[in-house]
Design a protein around this ligand. Structure first.
Ligand SMILES: [Zn+2]
Ligand SMILES: [Zn+2]
Length: 320
């Protein structure tokens, strides 16, 4: 699981920071990637970006696209990306999630440009906060934020992985290899030869806790942000402004770097990544934003375009 930052600017692109998009790779567990927002020229950034292992994230690997809101700097790259995915011969379906309006936008742009997709496209308009996706490994919850348009944040929760079977203990208990091993691994007690039961906790190492990743759309500090960020291993939060323009943040529905840091601190997040930085801040300006956030929440880093960030294992996992 790795985040690849494709665009980390706010509003308008600059040569240093493109408009918002973040890829999330799920390999090695799964040969697919997800995308959060898709600002203009996201597909160009995808061609340039590499994971920490040097791999490319290809458009055809993108299977789920989570849009936080319908402002153009989060959205205008999507029809082009979906079209290019067809040119690459993709056949795997894509599901796009976003606030109401995303269906009209996509169906209209694809229709008038006669963009024919080679794969099924599913569009899910989110009307209520709650779980929007669940499979055997991940659960994604969405909640409403506080911006000038309906804006969503997403919380990706990886399921805990069952611990390793201790074959030495199984052998000592007289359990023969075979279906009983599988049953124990799935959490079911099995009968022991000679009487009694063997419980999974007796023969399994402790489970590996799943990771929690929270990616927020544009927002003022709010209850939705706090709820989505609670105990997250990584919180990705906008920091459009610094303390020098703290007056502008609430007026435009945004947060300052210190606002983001307070949300991370109060939610008990482990790490904070700042993104969506206003074009008014150059390299030194962005450094000031980072310092303002670190004064509140030391475990803060500043995202930049084409940066990849492997999501570390949860602390309990490291302890075992
Ligand atoms: Zn924005
Ligand atoms: Zn916005």
């Amino acid at each position: 699981m790795e985040l690849v930052f494709l665009g980390t600017g706010a509003g308008v692109p600059t040569t240093a920071r493109n408009v918002t998009a973040i890829a999330l790779t799920l390999w090695p567990e799964r040969p697919e990637a997800w995308l959060f927002d898709c600002g203009e020229a996201t597909q160009h950034r995808l061609q340039q970006a590499r994971t920490s292992g040097g791999a490319r994230v290809r458009a055809r690997q993108l299977r789920r696209i989570f849009l936080t809101h319908l402002h153009g700097d989060h959205l205008f790259g999507l029809p082009g990306l979906l079209g290019s995915r067809s040119f690459q011969g993709a056949v795997d379906p894509v599901t796009v999630y976003g606030p109401e309006g995303i269906r009209r936008y996509l169906e209209w742009t694809l229709e008038v440009s006669r963009t024919h997709l080679t794969y099924p496209l599913e569009i899910i308009e989110i009307r209520n906060a709650g779980v929007i996706h669940r499979d055997d490994r991940y659960e994604v919850r969405a909640d409403w934020l506080d911006h000038t348009l309906p804006s969503l944040g997403y919380r990706v929760v990886e399921r805990d992985r069952p611990g390793r079977l201790r074959t030495d203990r199984l052998r000592a208990l007289g359990i023969p290899p075979g279906p009983l091993y599988g049953a124990l691994k799935r959490g079911r007690p099995v009968p022991r030869p000679g009487g009694g039961m063997v419980h999974p906790r007796d023969v399994l190492d402790p489970p590996t806790p799943g990771r929690v990743l929270t990616v927020l759309g544009d927002t003022r500090p709010c209850a939705g942000a706090a709820s989505l960020a609670r105990g997250a291993d990584v919180l990705v939060h906008e920091a459009t402004f610094g303390s020098d323009r703290a007056d502008l943040a609430p007026a435009f529905g945004h947060s300052t770097a210190a606002d983001a840091a307070r949300t991370a601190r109060d939610a008990g997040a482990r790490a904070l990544i700042l993104t969506h930085i206003s074009a008014r801040y150059d390299k030194d300006g962005a450094q000031r934003l980072l310092e303002e956030a670190r004064a509140v929440f030391p475990d803060t880093v500043m995202a930049f375009d084409l940066w990849s960030y492997p999501i570390p294992a949860s602390p309990a996992a490291r302890a075992t």
